[in-house]
Design a protein around this ligand. Structure first.
Ligand code: 5GP
Length: 132
């Protein structure tokens, strides 16, 4: 069965997309640690990031770097933190989290509750920065 992220790429499940190309897709995490928390995935469905073929793996990080620049341009933050967990969804993904303090990267803390309008506004701002 396709992963939930493959179903997002296919448009079967909605997402707040921030960037896409032929091989990669970036969208807002539904349970964000901070406003602008973004997930970057390869469209190719592989569970564990370190099992990706070399080309897809390198391309994923290059795409994530471009997305991170857009996140930083659109969301006030000191840095964009990076994490790879994969404890919940078996489809390789990189978390990009706008940081004010290192505590913002604590995945055990309570997630932000954002309205659909707020998610949409953040996604639009990141997407516009990405496409500039
Ligand atoms: P991980 O697998 O890295 O431990 O966590 C998966 C992340 O994906 C979590 O931060 C969770 O909030 C996010 N996530 C899980 N399902 C969905 C979904 O259907 N849509 C979106 N946008 N994010 C999801």
């Amino acid at each position: 069965m396709a992963s939930i992220f493959s179903r997002i790429v296919a448009g079967e499940i909605p997402s707040w997309k921030v960037a896409e190309d032929e091989n990669y897709y970036a969208f807002l995490d539904i349970n964000p640690l901070a406003e602008g928390h973004t997930l970057v995935i390869p469209k190719k469905e592989v569970d564990y990031i370190f099992d990706l073929d070399d080309e897809t793996y390198a391309g994923l990080w290059q795409f994530a770097a471009r997305v991170a620049k857009a996140v930083r341009a659109a969301v006030p933050c000191k840095r964009v933190g990076v994490a790879v967990l994969g404890m919940e969804v078996p489809h390789a993904h990189i978390h990009l989290v706008p940081l004010q303090t290192e505590g913002d990267m604590d995945f055990r803390k309570e997630k932000k509750q954002l309205s659909p309008e707020r998610f949409a506004a953040i996604a639009t701002a990141i997407s516009e920065a990405f496409n500039q």
